[in-house]
Design a protein around this ligand. Structure first.
Ligand code: FES
Length: 108
């Protein structure tokens, strides 16, 4: 196991509003990140985990994007309910929340 059981990266990238890809910050990623941190505290998960802000995770159109490693799962989280599900089902129970998952791009 690495340093953390789970390491969550929250894209808070900001772009000009006219940019064609948009940005996670414009889709309330900072607010969702605050909710995520609060829910993690409430959940009191015993295993070591960490959540950090990140730059663009290259799934901009799907944002706000949260990536969970070491599983390499990318989520689109837009509500308190979404965050609670990922904290409970993925970080506590170890199950990927498939309906919130952003599909991987096709292999090139
Ligand atoms: S701006 Fe968030 S994934 Fe690109």
């Amino acid at each position: 196991m690495g340093r953390f059981r789970y390491h969550v990266f929250a894209c808070t990238n900001k772009r000009d509003p006219a940019h064609p890809r948009g940005s996670c910050q414009a889709r309330n990623s900072e607010e969702i990140l605050s909710i995520f941190r609060a829910e993690l505290k409430l959940a009191n998960i015993p295993q070591p985990f960490r959540i950090n802000k990140s730059g663009c995770l290259d799934a901009c159109e799907e944002g706000p994007v949260f990536a969970v490693y070491p599983d390499g799962v990318y989520y689109r989280l837009t509500s308190l309910e979404d965050v609670r599900r990922v904290v409970k089902e993925h970080l506590q129970d170890g199950m990927i929340v498939a309906d919130l998952q952003i599909p991987s791009p096709p292999a090139s």
